[in-house]
Ligand binder design. Structure first.
Ligand code: IMP
Ligand code: MG
Length: 184
């Protein structure tokens, strides 16, 4: 999928595929440095984190394992419900593991602060967070995010794993949608 498939549904491109790729190179180098001599368990949050998980993990030299969780946060609209529910739990035991949560975007930060507390309560040795995108609201939440790809404005975005009503996840860049898309 690319911009031409979007027609007049695309409003702006906020982060290009090239920009994301370069930024993930930088984050991967940082993560490799921070986890030197340790093994990391990457925990991807389904489904939005699929793209960043695939790209970031392949840039890492640190020995790693991958696991996935699915939690509910958004419905088909554009507002956070504030309710976190585990839809799919980890397959692996996180006891004494160094966990790095991989997220697509942090908006309210509700999902993340809940998830970090949850994994720590299961006995993880450490829990850090890597996210492709972060919105301004999240900065106010007391959840320390070690690796942030891009700080973006408080707008609803799609692409690079992020959806609107399950669409546009396979758009290679981060973009905003034209207002008429939401009116349907
Ligand atoms: P939070 O709990 O408010 O931080 O929301 C986190 C989740 O909401 C993310 O992992 C996304 O799945 C979803 N989300 C937040 N903002 C957007 C957006 O702009 N576009 C698409 N999904 C979003
Ligand atoms: Mg998500």
């Amino acid at each position: 999928m690319d911009a031409t498939d979007m027609g007049d549904s695309l409003q702006d491109v906020l982060v290009t595929a090239e920009q994301m790729d370069q930024r993930l190179d930088e984050l991967a180098a940082q993560i490799d440095g921070d986890y030197a001599g340790r093994e990391v368990l990457l925990v991807g949050v389904l489904r939005g984190a699929v793209m960043v998980m695939a790209d970031l993990s392949r840039k890492l030299h640190t020995p790693l394992q991958m696991d996935w969780m699915a939690v509910s946060s958004y419905g088909s609209g554009t507002k956070s419900s504030g309710v976190v529910r585990i839809l799919k739990d980890l397959d692996q035991d996180v006891t004494d593991r160094h966990v790095l949560i991989v997220e697509d975007i942090i908006d309210s930060g509700l999902t993340l602060s809940w998830l970090r507390a949850n994994l720590l309560s299961r006995g993880a040795a450490s829990v850090e967070i890597a996210t492709a995108l972060r919105k301004p609201k999240a900065v106010k939440v007391a959840v320390d995010v070690k690796y942030v790809g891009f700080e973006i404005p408080d707008e609803f975005v799609v692409g690079y794993g992020l959806d609107y009503d399950e669409q546009y996840r396979h758009l290679p860049f981060i973009g905003t949608l034209a207002p008429h898309v939401y009116e349907n």
